[in-house]
Design a protein around this ligand. Structure first.
Ligand code: AMP
Length: 384
């Protein structure tokens, strides 16, 4: 039975989390710091949140009976990633509040719905349109041209489910990708940089945005985040205003991440994530309140914390490069000898190429110094 009838879920209550990956683990750590109990549902017995949560429910995200167990053990339920089926979340409505709610989840797990929602609120995206058939693809190519890409409407993550179309010849070949499902055709944006804005909205409607972070991707995966972002103040303000508009439009309770392309004179939204985000990891050391604590505050009806950046900061992801069942990290002794370098490991037993194993955050007196420290530290760390 839900005990979260009042607006505030006081410390001592229990937070349920769908997903026990690194984001679930770091939400759980923040929840425990504030005195909450934590129950995590994840199919993987080795999920990073094990050992941090009070209780793990090992079940698939499609398992509505297990989801009900999660809800019954929790005062509020949240999630660490957007691919929890909307039906699973709908199945627990009325048993415990789900924050953010199923509507936001549903919109953000479908790129086509997401674009339609953004356009309905006057927020620009890369030019493009939904396509399902080779004829629709041909029409999109004729209308928008190349370079462009096809993104699967559902299920894409870390650059997965994307096919680039660099020229007309690749355009002809691209229809082989079409599988009867819906895809989003997108023209490439000549962006100057990519940024993200993480916004939190409380039960009482208060909104706080974190400073704008600048992100560099490699192979579709985030590699480096820098704060503050080197974008003109007017464009940073525009990105923040978009995040606020969306938080209001969704009546968000919790955290929403808005990933944007910054062009010479505009901000276009690339993608929304209804959750804390990899680009916000540096908030742990660099901001007055971390994104994880902010998320816990928001979903529990507590006041939101100050999001100010205390000093320049950089975060580098540590990705696996080899395949090993029992991974060990080499080089921590050197990395941690550098000033203001902080190492976070996610407790994943096995390593695989491109798997997110941990990250390094460095602070510095200048942004250049913070980036140099983070890069130096990360370059000496390997999983074997
Ligand atoms: P996504 O999975 O949509 O976040 O895409 C992963 C990365 O691919 C983005 O962070 C960009 O670096 C790149 N990308 C995606 N869509 C576009 C686009 N329309 N134009 C240029 N680059 C893009």
């Amino acid at each position: 039975m839900s005990r979260g009838a009042g607006p505030v879920i006081a410390p001592g209550g229990t937070i349920g989390i769908f997903g026990g990956g690194q984001l679930g683990r770091m939400i759980a750590l923040a929840a425990r710091q504030l005195g909450y109990g934590v129950v995590v549902l994840d199919p993987d017995v080795g999920a990073p949140a094990r050992g941090v949560a009070d209780r793990m429910i090992h079940a698939s995200f499609e398992d509505t009976a297990a989801a009900r167990q999660l809800a019954e053990a929790s005062d509020v339920v949240t999630y660490e990633f957007e691919n929890v089926p909307e039906a699973t979340v709908r199945a627990i409505e009325g048993r415990a509040p789900v924050r953010p709610d199923a509507t936001l989840l549903g919109v953000t797990q479908d790129r086509v719905r997401e674009h339609a929602f953004l356009h309905a609120h006057g927020i620009p995206t890369a030019p493009g349109c939904p396509v399902r058939t080779p004829e629709e693809l041909a029409a999109a190519l004729a209308r928008f041209g190349t370079p462009s890409r096809l993104k699967s409407a559902r299920g894409g993550y870390d650059g997965g489910g994307q096919h680039r179309i660099r020229n007309a010849a690749e355009g002809d070949a691209a229809s082989a990708v079409l599988d009867g499902r819906l895809w989003l055709f997108e023209r490439d944006v000549p962006f100057v940089c990519e940024v993200s804005v993480i916004v939190a909205r409380g039960v009482d409607g208060a909104i706080r945005t974190f400073p704008v972070f600048e992100n560099t991707h490699a192979d579709g995966i985030l590699r480096l985040t820098r704060a503050p972002a080197a974008v003109p103040p007017a464009l940073a303000a525009r990105a923040e205003a978009i995040a606020r508009t969306l938080a209001e439009a969704f009546a968000l309770v919790g955290t929403l991440t808005v990933e944007c392309f910054v062009t010479a004179d505009d901000v276009l939204v690339n993608e929304l994530a209804p959750r804390v985000h990899n680009s916000g990891h540096l908030t742990v050391e660099a901001c007055a309140t971390s994104q994880f604590e902010q998320h816990v505050r928001a979903v529990c009806g507590l006041p939101l914390g100050d999001t100010a950046l205390r000093c320049p900061a950089a975060m580098v992801n540590l990705l696996g490069t080899v395949e090993r069942r029992r991974a060990r990290l080499l080089g921590a002794d050197i990395a941690l000898g550098l000033p203001d370098v902080h190492l976070h490991l996610y407790g994943k037993a096995s390593v695989r190429p491109r798997r997110k194993m941990g990250h390094v955050t460095a602070l510095g007196p200048t942004l250049a110094e913070a980036v140099a420290r983070a890069e130096h530290a990360a370059s000496g760390l390997t999983f074997e």
